[in-house]
Design a protein around this ligand. Sequence first.
Ligand SMILES: Cc1ncc(COP(=O)(O)O)c(C=O)c1O
Length: 398
Amino acid sequence: MIEFSQRLHALPGYPLAEIPSIKRRLIEAGMDVIDLGAGDNDTPPPAVAVEALAEALHDPAYSKYGFQQGLPAFRQAASRWVERRFGLRFDPMTELLPLIGSKEGLSHLPFAVVNPGDATIVPEPGYQAYIGGSILAGADPYIVPLRPENGFLLDLERVPAAVLRRAKLVFINYPNNPTAAVATPEYLERTVAICRRHDILLAYDNAYCDLTFDGYRAPSIFEVPGARDVALEFFSLSKSFSMTGWRIGFAVGRRELITALTRVKSYTDTGPFLAVQKAGVAALDQAEALVAPIRAELETRRNAAVAALREAGFALEAPKAAMYLWVALPAGVASASFTKRALEDTGTVVLPGSAFGPAGEGFFRIALTVGADRLRSAAGRLGQTLGAVHRGELAPIP
Ligand SMILES: Cc1ncc(COP(=O)(O)O)c(C=O)c1O
């Protein structure tokens, strides 16, 4: 008998794990399934990236190991983009690191700073790589519930001093998945100050920084003075350029922090495929033109979905960023029973808040991954499931 590790057992269930098989069963049974589960847009990747990738595939040099250095041109393009986007300068060779998607870097980061039993501070609901990476590295994740009354902000001021003293790393993510909340500059300043006071590494996950609406502009953590002492920031090409499956992102920060993550990664991977890095150069160099239509489409989808959901009986705010709606359920209804019923009765895939941890209970997440008309249909279907809630047909929160 092979015995599995305590770390493996400690991993919470992954929220998207079971959906593909249920979805396949429903499609085989002839149901018209609308999948608003994973944050994976239906828009195509940019043609310039596809062309650059195709070209690179014909050049054997791009089929070699990339190692951690990767393609200098990718590092330079990423550094140029950060400078254009935020007015911040990071040396491409020493203060920036290509990642096989930002999930890879975020989940490997705990190995660089935690010893067994050290705390990491993790938002809940939150992106699963934070808790998973922490547990796999032997850390003890301290969960901070994100609450609507607190703007879904992870407030380090409310974390007990004893936890702050043994914490090595905190994950902060705004624009946020799954709540779509955004952070104010004052919040970011407070957070950096606390991390500096307690020598806590601040992993700032900015995967959604360019998916913003109503003229809102998402900042970099490095716009806060002093952040370079304590922060690493993670960027992704997945969402902004519809390149989720390509697996490309990067981290920026001061040299010692980047070197530590590089050292971990040299034992776990050999860097993103060089041909994908070449495509990344094409995308990043034209980011402003390429992202604008994706952002506009998402804003149209957000408007359509928010209006249709309100009409269907849900109460929700229109978020300023990201690609999600985090929708409150009537008090006491278990989110998993709501989403299961929505899937089985109406063929609509949305994620239960509880899949993002117990603190996500009472909500469900819609990803704006299909066009406005399909979102309107989905809202109507979810309204039918809400009707079942009002008729008392759904299980309460256990
Ligand atoms: C908050 C957050 N960070 C990071 C990622 C990972 O993105 P990537 O595709 O770059 O690994 C996601 C993906 O859903 C996310 O929601």
